[in-house]
Design a protein around this ligand. Structure first.
Ligand code: IPE
Ligand code: IPE
Ligand code: MG
Length: 235
């Protein structure tokens, strides 16, 4: 059998935590806690397979519309994870970066994000890009503002701008997404990495995120291996 192609940049919309917990008669927060364990295992497993960048959607700008109780739970979970947990990620030499807006995240969350970014900055066994307070349209708008600033200050000229240069103005300078997975049976992208997914292969599964284990990732990668990526070309 020929060798499996592994996506260089894998992205996951980690959806269905709430429904997973509700099905068990528990609070939605329990689903988020279990989802965070799934994420840790998946990050380690992805890098083992040879993925170079794993981007995950942890909290969207629109998730602030949720109840105060749920938002607070998630923010405290992030703080706990970044400050004291994620040991498997640290042990596996994975570098963590973040994408998203700082506003209106509180100082404790921002400090925890900075702490883990600093702690893992020299790690070289793959990158985990955590999209937190993230919106794809917001990322493009924020990039445009930075481009305008650089044009106005003379750092770049309007004529220099092209799609590759623009990608350097996004939150992180990452390669394009090869495979985008969304769990929980929803068929939409919910404002996730719009610029980076231009030619991504899409994989949708009914599995709720806390149940999306290594075997499920294997299935997604098998499906990816059956795709014929043409990038606009003809055969
Ligand atoms: C995804 O799971 C995690 C976040 C959005 C933070 P959900 O919380 O959206 O779970 P469902 O979709 O309501 O089941
Ligand atoms: C997308 O899931 C955001 C994350 C997974 C963090 P949502 O559950 O917020 O998306 P919608 O509301 O179903 O589109
Ligand atoms: Mg959801």
């Amino acid at each position: 059998m020929c060798e499996l192609k592994i996506p260089n940049h894998l992205a996951i919309i980690m959806d269905g935590n709430g429904r997973w917990a509700t099905k068990l008669g528990k609070k939605r927060s329990y689903g988020h806690l279990e989802g965070s364990k799934t994420l840790e295992d998946l990050a380690v497993y992805s890098m083992k397979l040879g993925v170079k960048v794993l981007s995950v959607y942890a909290f969207s700008t629109d998730n602030f519309k949720r109840s105060e109780e749920e938002v607070n739970y998630l923010m405290n979970l992030f703080i706990k994870l970044f400050k004291t947990k994620l040991n498997k990620i640290l042990d596996n030499n994975i570098k963590i970066v973040f994408s998203g807006r700082k506003e209106p995240l509180n100082k404790n969350v921002l400090d925890a994000m900075e702490e883990i970014t600093e702690k893992t900055k020299n790690n070289n066994n793959g990158i985990l890009n955590i999209c937190l307070n993230y919106g794809g349209q917001e990322e493009i708008v924020d990039g445009v503002i930075r481009v305008i600033n650089d044009i106005e200050s003379g750092k770049i000229s309007k004529n220099d701008l092209n799609k590759d240069l623009f990608s350097k103005y996004l939150y992180q300078d990452l390669p394009p997404i090869d495979l985008l997975i969304r769990t929980s049976g929803e068929y939409r992208v919910s404002n996730f990495m719009l610029y980076q997914m231009s030619y991504s292969e899409l994989y949708f599964t009914d599995v709720l995120f806390p149940d999306f284990n290594e075997k499920e990732l294997d299935k997604a990668i098998e499906s990816y291996n059956k795709r014929d990526r043409r990038f606009g070309n003809a055969k």
